[in-house]
Write a protein that binds this ligand. Structure first.
Ligand code: PA5
Length: 445
C-alpha cells in the first residue's frame, strides 16, 4: 500500500546538508518518545493514536449516532486547537455541496465560538430557531471567553426551544477531566462528556474526542483516520533510517531553509477542500515555533485560486519564502473536459483530459516557475484524500513539528504569547480581579 511521501529534490538543500541534520533530528525524535526534551508534560499525542481503545471508539461512535439521529445541524463550539482539527478533517472529507441538499444523510456541521463577531452570532442563533440542532462544546481549559460566550447563548436557545431535560440529549461537552468552568457546568447539568487528556495540548488534540467526535458526527470513519496516524507513527518512529523518515527530512530541510534566510513557509494546496487543513497546520507550526523571537512564519494559499492573487508576490516579491506543497495524487471522482464541435473557447486541445490532469499541470508549471524564481519547494504527496491519508498527514506534520521545534531550540508545546491579548481584553472589559491591569491599560490609551 502507498503512503505519504516527501520530495525535497527541489528544495535547493543539498543531500549532504540534509544529512548533516541526521544526528540532531534523530536525537530530538528520541527526546519526543523518551520525554526528555522541553515541554515534556505535553507529549501524550506521540503515543495517543495507538492507545485509543475499541471501547473509546465505540463510545464516540454511539454518541455520534445519537446526535446524528436527533439533529440536522450540529454546532461545534470551540476555538484554536479546540476547533481547527475537526474542521480541517470535516472540510477535507465532506462533499462540498452536501450542505445545500434538501435531504441529507449527514448533519450539517456549523461552528461557533471561533470568533466574537456579533452579526455571525446573531445570524447563527436566528438560523437555528426553527431547525433541529445539537451542540458539541469543546474547551480544554473550560474557561476560554469566545466559546464560553457562544455556548451560553446556544445553551439558552436549546433550553428554550426544547427543554432542560432534552438539553441533556442535545449537548455534549469535551473538556478537562476535572478542572474548569465547563467541567463544573457539564457535571451540574448532566451532559454527556468526553475528556481531553492533560498531556495533549490543543493544537495536537485532533485525534482525541476534540476532533474525533465532530468528525464522527459528520459521518466520517474515525477508525480509519486514527489507523492512518498509527501507520505514520510506525513510518516516522525512532529506528527508521533518517533518509527514510519523511518527518525527519521535512524538519531538517525547513530548518536549513530558515537558516538560509527563508522567514516564511507557505503551505500550498491544489484542492479547495484542504483550505482548513492549512489553517490547522498554520496553528500547529505558528504556536509551536513562534517564540523567543524565533520561528518560521507559517502562511497558506489555495492554488490555483490564489495564483491569480498571491501568485505575483510569490513569483517576484521578497525572496524570503519557501513553499511546502500538499499534493493529492488521485482524485476520488472523475470529470473529463468534453469535446465541443464549435470550439469557440479554443479548449478542444484539452478534450478528453481529466480536470485533475489540468490541475496537475498547473501544479507542475507553478513548481518550475517558483523554483526558477528562487522559491524552494518541498512536496508532500498523499495518494488520495480520505480518512486514512488525512490521518497519516496529521501525524506526519505533528511529529515533524516536535522535531523541528527542538532543532530550532524552542519549547514547541507551550504558547505563552497567546495570553497577552486575553489579559488586555479582560482589563478593558473590567473583569473582576483585573483592577490594576484595567488602570494600567487605560493609561496607555
Ligand atoms: O493550542 C492552544 O492551546 C490554543 O489554540 C487552544 O486550543 C485554544 O485557545 C482553545 O483553548 P481551550 O480548549 O482551552 O478553550
Amino acid at each position: 500500500m502507498e503512503n505519504l511521501k516527501i520530495n525535497i529534490s527541489k528544495s535547493g538543500v543539498a543531500a549532504d546538508v540534509v544529512k548533516g541534520y541526521e544526528k540532531q533530528a534523530l536525537e530530538n525524535l528520541s527526546a519526543l518518545y523518551n520525554k526528555t526534551g522541553k515541554g515534556n508534560d505535553f507529549l501524550g499525542w506521540v503515543e495517543l493514536p495507538a492507545q485509543i481503545t475499541d471501547a473509546q471508539f465505540a463510545d464516540l461512535e454511539a454518541t455520534a449516532a445519537a446526535i446524528r439521529a436527533k439533529a440536522d445541524y450540529v454546532v461545534v463550539v470551540g476555538i484554536g486547537g479546540s476547533y481547527l482539527g475537526a474542521r480541517a478533517v470535516i472540510d477535507g472529507l465532506n462533499n462540498s455541496f452536501d450542505w445545500l441538499q434538501t435531504s441529507r444523510k449527514n448533519p450539517v456541521i456549523l461552528y461557533a465560538g471561533q470568533n466574537i463577531g456579533e452579526d455571525y452570532t446573531h445570524e447563527l442563533l436566528e438560523f437555528l430557531q426553527d431547525k433541529s440542532f445539537a451542540v458539541v462544546v469543546i474547551s480544554k481549559s473550560g474557561t476560554t471567553t469566545e466559546p464560553a460566550i457562544a455556548f451560553r447563548l446556544l445553551k439558552e436557545l436549546v433550553e428554550k426551544k426544547y427543554s432542560k431535560t432534552e438539553a441533556k440529549e442535545r449537548i455534549v461537552a469535551i473538556t478537562d477531566a476535572k478542572k474548569g468552568a465547563l467541567r463544573t457546568l457539564a457535571t451540574q447539568e448532566g451532559y454527556k462528556t468526553f475528556v481531553i487528556p492533560d498531556d495533549v495540548g490543543g493544537r495536537f488534540s485532533v485525534l482525541t474526542p476534540v476532533g474525533l467526535l465532530p468528525i464522527a458526527i459528520a459521518g466520517h470513519n474515525i477508525r480509519q483516520l486514527v489507523k492512518g496516524a498509527v501507520d505514520m507513527k510506525g513510518l516516522t518512529a525512532p529506528g527508521v533510517a533518517f533518509d527514510q523518515n519523511p518527518a525527519a527530512q521535512y524538519a531538517a530541510v525547513r530548518n536549513e531553509l530558515h537558516k538560509k534566510g527563508k522567514a516564511i513557509e507557505i503551505l500550498v494546496n491544489y484542492q479547495p477542500k484542504l483550505h482548513f487543513f492549512t489553517e490547522w497546520w498554520k496553528q500547529l507550526y505558528g504556536e509551536s515555533e513562534g517564540k523567543d523571537n524565533k520561528g518560521i512564519f507559517p502562511a497558506g494559499v489555495d492554488f490555483s485560486t490564489d495564483l491569480h492573487s498571491m501568485g505575483q508576490w510569490i513569483q517576484e516579491g521578497v525572496r524570503n519564502i519557501f513553499e511546502t506543497v500538499v499534493t493529492v495524487k488521485s482524485p476520488n471522482t472523475k470529470v473529463v473536459v468534453p469535446n465541443d464541435a464549435a470550439d469557440l473557447d479554443g479548449l478542444n486541445f484539452l478534450a478528453g483530459k481529466r480536470v485533475d490532469e489540468v490541475n496537475k499541470m498547473a501544479e507542475l508549471g507553478t513548481l518550475v516557475a517558483h523554483v526558477d524564481g528562487n522559491v524552494p519547494n518541498i512536496m508532500v504527496e498523499i495518494p488520495q484524500l480520505n480518512e486514512y491519508y488525512l490521518g497519516q498527514m496529521i501525524y506526519f506534520f505533528e511529529i515533524a513539528c516536535g522535531m523541528s521545534g527542538y532543532i530550532l531550540g524552542v519549547n514547541p508545546f507551550d504558547q505563552p504569547g497567546v495570553e497577552a491579548y486575553k489579559k488586555n481584553m479582560f482589563a478593558l472589559l473590567e473583569k473582576p480581579g483585573y483592577e490594576a491591569e484595567t488602570k494600567a491599560i487605560k493609561a496607555k490609551l
